[in-house]
Design a protein around this ligand. Structure first.
Ligand SMILES: Nc1nc2c(ncn2[C@@H]2O[C@H](COP(=O)(O)OP(=O)(O)OP(=O)(O)O)[C@@H](O)[C@H]2O)c(=O)[nH]1
Length: 185
């Protein structure tokens, strides 16, 4: 399913709505890569939210025991820089939760954080798979923080999508390879 790797980095983007199965598809790609896998979880563990803890536990049980897990709510570019290498597949789940953790950043530092991530990806080696949430297909949020999240996620997914191949959309119980259907803007 996955083509032979070059020493240069290869990026894959898996996007889709909530509960679409996008994480599961991304995990399947990571397993099939034949590389050693580092799973980067961007969500924060909330000790007061039992339902969230249960969801995360289901993820942990589902992952092969040999995968290494890193919990990285904020410092994504620095962590990627520290761990990427030609023999490793890094699975980042997810860009939406990472962005939510950064939401308080002002616009100028957000531009720097985004720039640092893209620079890191351009220098990276090995395979990096990003999971991202699709938002913004509904109404414009009536509150500023909602609009900021929606706009930033849209731009982030577009930028990562432009340098990823393939880009998958998981929805309606199906996986669509968008790279076969269209080209980046
Ligand atoms: N902190 C932490 N978070 C984790 C861990 N494993 C998974 N997660 C988080 O779980 C979240 C995904 O939760 P899901 O409930 O499957 O997401 P979903 O969008 O509803 O479902 P799918 O579209 O099916 O993937 C991501 O934000 C991950 O970061 C872990 O070991 N630690």
């Amino acid at each position: 399913m996955i083509e032979p790797l070059t020493p240069l980095s290869r990026l894959i983007l898996v996007t889709g709505p909530a509960r679409s199965g996008k994480s599961e598809w991304a995990e399947r790609l990571a397993k099939n890569s034949g590389l050693s896998v580092i799973y980067i979880a961007t969500s924060r563990l909330d000790s007061t939210d039992v339902e969230w803890q249960n969801r995360i536990q289901q993820h942990q049980v589902r992952r092969p025991p040999e995968w290494k897990t890193l919990e990285v709510p904020v410092d994504l570019a620095a962590t990627l820089q520290a761990v990427y290498n030609p023999n490793t597949c890094i699975l980042v789940d997810s860009l939406g939760t990472w962005l939510a953790n950064l939401l308080e950043e002002d616009d100028s530092s957000w531009q720097t954080i985004l720039g640092d991530l893209i620079i890191t990806l351009n220098k990276a080696s090995g395979l990096i798979i990003f999971v991202a949430e699709e938002t913004g297909w509904g109404v414009v949020p009536a509150y500023p923080i909602g609009r900021k999240f929606r706009d930033r996620l849209g731009i982030l997914v577009q930028k990562i999508g432009a340098i990823s191949n393939p880009v998958y959309l998981v929805t309606g119980g199906h996986v669509l390879n968008l790279s076969e259907l269209g080209s980046p803007l």
